[in-house]
Design a protein around this ligand. Sequence first.
Ligand SMILES: [Zn+2]
Length: 402
Amino acid sequence: MAHPDSTLITHIGELVTNDDGGAFAARNDAALVIAEGRVAWTGPASQAPAADVAVDAAGRAVLPGFVDSHAHLVFAGERSAEFAARMAGRPYQAGGILTTVAATRAATDDALRANLARLAAEMTRQGTTTLECKSGYGLTVPDEARALALAAEVTPEVTYLGAHVVPPEFSADPAGYVDLVCGPMLAACAPHARWIDVFCETGAFGADAATAILAAGRAAGLDARIHANQLGPGPGVQVAAEAGAASADHCTYVTAADVDALVSARVVATLLPGAEFGTRHPYPDARRLVDAGATVALATDCNPGSSFTSSMPFCIALAVRDMGMTTQEAVWSATAGGARALRRPDVGHLGVGARADLIMLDAPSHVYLAYRPGVPQIAAVWQAGHLAARPAQPPSTDLHLE
Ligand SMILES: [Zn+2]
């Protein structure tokens, strides 16, 4: 029986469902039915029920939309000169963030909103259907609250990152800034946010400050996540485990004890290879984390300083090529893994009842995301069952791949 306003996508060459507990799952020669914004049915194309609208995938792959669980999209200005200098040999330091802070404070609401909307649309065109967005370039009470209110216009996954870096006006009194972050700034920001985050790193915030900031956030109803162990070994992962954080992000320099803590405390390790690409640091060892039993997510860390990519396919390609992941693991981490990092059981998979967030590739399998790096292959994107983007009109004939 047809559902009202239902859509059947059939002749799917490979349907990645991720509906097999914690693992990649897919079937060939498949079909999927969307009804009322949810996945209503999946199975063999030969057994597909009728629907109001039918879409012929002609052998293309269909995957869950990407879940980008780590992005900094509310900012003004750009730092291409800094990137070029870094590629010429200058090291990356956390203080570069202050360049963007100055530009963001000086920007109008409309300028910030326009840049945010442009980046969010850019993500959608590349297959991202759930995105997280942080503050962290305001670092005053009104500028942080404004950033979060703007972020909430594009996503429910809004993260208060007042503790991104100590702003220059507090350089002589970093403890005073932590008090502000945990006090008046938190009070102004909590109504706009779901998450609290802290950049726990040499040059940013240490273990005691990070612990206090996450505890204050949790007391205000925000769940914890953290920037940890990006630029060198440090306490961030242990802070995350003790705070019950959903995710420890970066995890580039982790000890055996850190890996144990991620596994035993069930903290998702969110790897952000765009940052290593953009800073020429060594990539995190995804293979080691997966083999230890950690849950791994992949995200872009889209920001104007260290990782100005919005492309989840690019991150998948890096993870496969340089971080020891299989193509299946990387795609799982970019979809279901990101959903776990955001504690979102409704996205990242295409089990019956999931939000109908899905992408069609102009390719027959998920492998092509890493096999053809840098090539636009997103043929169509559905968000909650609605066609959200059609970046590359697929040809009307079959793929005829040999
Ligand atoms: Zn970040």
